[in-house]
Every structure is written in C-alpha cells, then in structure tokens.
Design a protein around this ligand. Structure first.
Ligand code: SAH
Ligand code: SF4
Ligand code: F3S
Length: 439
C-alpha cells in the first residue's frame, strides 16, 4: 500500500478562510491527502491568504521565501496559494514566486483536485456560475464541538477602504435547505455550537421554502435542530440589522448574547468618506434597540484609525462613540491603503499620528473589555469545553458571551457543557468554579 500524501494548510485572515481551509482539506482528502501539522513532511502546502491589509498580504511572500528552501529538499512537494491574495493577484503570484505550483481563488477551490493532478503550474481565479458548495465532498474531519458554517459569501457594500467586494465578489446567499442539511450533519458529528459566517452575514437572503429567507428566519429554523445548543453569526453590517433579527436576540434561547457589529468610526464625516451609509447616531440608536431586546448582550466592533482625512476631532468622535456604547471587545486597525480601492487615492494620515491614535483607542477598549469581564465575576455562566487547559485537570471553553473560561474539572471532556461560577478575571480569560454538568 502506498503511504497517504500529506497536506499542510496555513490559514491567514478571517473565519471564512478557516471554513474554506477545512473544505479544501476535505476536497483534497477525497484525492488521498491527509492533513499534517508538520510542514517539513508535507507533499503539498496550501497557503490560504488574506488581502485585507498590506501586512496580511505581505506575509504570503515571506512564507513563500521560507518554503523555497524546504521545496529544494523535497522536490515533489507542491505549493498552492488560495484565498484573497490569490484572487487579487492571480498570475502575478506565479511570476513573483517561481516556487508556487497553483493559485486558486476563493470561489474556485472545489476544482483543487483537478488542479493538483494537472502537473503544470495553474491559476484558477474565476467566479464560476456553478455553486462551489455543490461540488465539494460532505463535511468530515471535525475537531471539536464548535463549527463554522458559511451561509453567505461576498459583499456589495463597497466600503471605500475594503478589498472584500473585489476578492470575494458579489453577495451570494446559499439556499436554506443546503444549510440546514449541513448544520444537521455537523450536529450528527458532535457539533453543539455553530457560527454562521458571511462577509455580510446579516444581509443573508437565501432561497427557502415559500420564498426568500432572511438571517433571522434561518436562525429560528436552525434553533429547532435537536442537539444544536448554540448559534452565533458574524460579521454583520449595521444597516442589515432588521427588526426580525433584533427580535430573535430576545426570543431565540440558542442565539448567544454576543454580537460583532463593526462601526469603523464615530465621525459622520469619516463614515461618509468610508461609504458606510450610516451615521454614528444611527449606530447608537441601533445599539439601544438591540439592548432592549437582549439587555445582557455583549457587543464588539472593528475600528479603523487614520483613514485619509481623519482629523483629531474625527478621532475624538470615535472615542466618544466607544464611551457611549461600552464594548466587550473590539478589533482595531491602522488604515492600510489597498490597491484598487477608492480610498487608496487619498492622502494618508501621517503614520505616527495613526500609531498614536491606535494606541489610545486600544487602551480605551482594553479598559472596557476588562470592565465587561470584571462584571462577570460572581455570575453563573454556561461553558462549552473546547480543549484542555494548561494546568492539569483544567478545561477551557467559551461562555455565551464568548469569554474564554477556565474551569478546574478533572472529569471534564471536550464537548461537555457545564454550569460554572466566575471567580476571577485575567487579561484575556475568566476563571470559574464548576457548579454542575449540563450534559
Ligand atoms: N465584513 C466585515 C469585515 C470585513 S474585514 C464588515 O463589514 O464589518 C474586517 C475588518 O478589517 C473591517 O471591519 C475593518 O475594520 C478592517 N479593514 C478592512 N479594510 C481595511 C483597510 N484597508 N485598512 C485597515 N483595516 C481594514
Ligand atoms: Fe468590506 Fe465594507 Fe463589505 Fe465589510 S461591508 S466586507 S468592510 S466592503
Ligand atoms: Fe482577508 Fe479575504 Fe477574509 S481579505 S479578511 S481572508 S475575506
């Protein structure tokens, strides 16, 4: 018997790439590849890339530099570049990096097996009309009780700074029946928590029984799947939070009290220049409505500092918005000019100004995050164990509010759900004492 070929996958970027990496590994699995964590023993290396900021896409070329030496020692080894840099740069990657054998865009990766067999250097960055999901093998190789499920791809919003509408293409929603089927199969394999994914997940409008379904209806239907204890979704645009979705946060017990709702800036002038199509005030009103539906919801956001034209007053307006909302977490980035986007034509804010603003914003967010964690101390939480902790007899999982929680529980197993009382807050996690095992 010949030994199985080994596949090493490295994933950069967002959760949608994590999902795609799993599906690519499954597609190649059908051709006899098994995954490995050891790059030195790989017959094929797949880099699933991100184009969102300059640093993210430059990582690809530094990794390719290192892989060149490895490939010299393993001549049969194949190197593939997938994801958003593959889509954005296509053929250019083959020119710039002779070590690369194949380049595949995020909408074409169901054709990976044929590409690998081709034997020549190939590029496929088409947006095929056929649904790639219909051409992929069924889900398998699951690692734990949580899973991602991409329900919607692409984006039609064209924020002035963002490459996603170009790398991922126009918004497409997957049909309801296929998603329910995939969700049921995940649950059959032991998954208890599903995070529904999309670059604009709450713009979901999929074909379903009786017509087009929005995200709220999909969530309500999924909540009926026996054994699916938790549902989350990410990432949302403020303008797509409709009444039904807000109501679902108050009505669907399985929908977890955490919402990532990026606002990017608190200045109306900058929001307009970003083409966000909402004001700071509209965001604050929206937050009020969401909190009215689910008072204990924890909110997080993304922020960009140093967008072209951002003045001190604009930046102060962002800090004001952060103070007004009180976030439980947030991601913040220094603006990075991306080729082909409208904002890239504008004069950038000096790097040192952007650096200082980023530090100030992150300090404020850290304070809020600590306050939100501190507020959990003494409260009872439900924790779904995802892995063993660093100390022996300890398990780590997430609470409904997406806090990482450590519990001393020598009998605990991955996939257990327990009730625990939070005893302390550390910088990036909570400690809790076991009360009872739920199941
Ligand atoms: N679809 C999501 C997020 C897309 S990318 C949304 O609309 O919110 C994730 C985050 O990266 C964005 O929210 C934004 O904060 C950041 N980002 C995107 N393009 C960027 C750029 N050119 N420079 C810096 N940050 C950027
Ligand atoms: Fe990018 Fe804006 Fe679309 Fe989000 S909504 S993916 S930031 S264009
Ligand atoms: Fe990056 Fe593409 Fe996701 S650019 S953030 S991997 S959609």
């Amino acid at each position: 018997m010949t030994e199985a070929k080994k596949l090493f996958v490295k994933t950069y970027g967002c959760q949608m790439n994590v999902y795609d990496s799993e599906r690519m590994a499954e597609a190649l699995g059908a051709k006899g590849y098994v995954t490995t964590e050891v790059v030195e023993e790989a017959d094929m290396v797949l880099l699933n890339t991100c184009h969102i900021r300059e640093k993210a896409s430059e990582k690809l070329y530094s990794d390719l530099g290192r892989l060149r030496a490895l490939k010299a020692e393993r001549p049969g080894m194949k190197i593939g570049v997938a994801g958003c840099v593959a889509q954005a740069e296509g053929e250019e990657i083959l020119r710039r990096a002779p070590v690369v054998d194949l380049v595949v865009g995020p909408q074409a990766y169901h054709r990976l097996p044929q590409m690998v067999e081709a034997g020549t250097r190939v590029v496929d960055t088409e947006f095929p009309v056929e649904d790639k999901f219909a051409h992929l093998p069924e889900r398998r190789s699951l690692r734990g009780p949580t899973a991602f499920l991409t329900v919607q791809e692409g984006c039609d919003k064209f924020c002035a700074f963002c490459v996603v509408p170009y790398t991922r293409g126009a918004e497409v929603s997957r049909p309801v029946a296929r998603l329910l089927d995939e969700a049921r199969k995940l649950v059959d394999q032991g998954v208890r928590e599903i995070t529904l994914l999309g670059q604009n997940v709450n713009a979901y409008h999929g074909a379903g029984p009786g017509g087009t379904w929005g995200l709220a209806r999909l969530v309500r239907e999924m909540a009926g799947i026996a054994g699916l204890d938790r549902i989350r979704y990410t990432t949302s645009h403020p303008n797509d939070m409709d009444d039904d979705l807000i109501a679902a946060h108050g009505e669907v017990a399985q929908l977890m009290p955490y919402l990532h709702l990026p606002v990017q800036s608190g200045s109306d002038r900058i929001l307009k220049a970003m083409n966000r199509k909402h004001t700071a005030e509209a965001y604050l009103r929206l937050v009020e409505r969401i909190r009215a539906a689910r008072p204990d919801i924890l909110l997080s956001s993304d922020f960009i500092v140093g967008f072209p034209g951002e003045s001190d007053a604009d930046f102060q307006a962002t800090l004001d918005l952060i103070r007004a909302v009180g976030f439980g977490a947030a991601f913040s980035f220094k603006y990075s000019a991306r080729p082909g986007t409208p904002a890239a034509e504008k004069t950038p804010v000096p790097a040192e100004v952007a650096d200082a603003r980023l530090q100030e914003l992150q300090a404020l967010i850290t304070t809020q995050q600590q306050a939100a964690q501190q507020a959990m101390v003494g409260r009872e939480v439900e924790v779904l164990y995802e892995k063993p902790g660093r100390r022996s007899g300890q398990m780590v999982g997430k609470s409904g509010h997406l806090h990482a929680v450590h519990v001393d529980d020598p009998e605990g197993r991955i996939g257990d759900m327990v009730r625990a009382r939070v005893s302390a807050s550390a910088p990036n996690s909570l400690a809790a004492e076991l009360i009872s095992r739920i199941a």
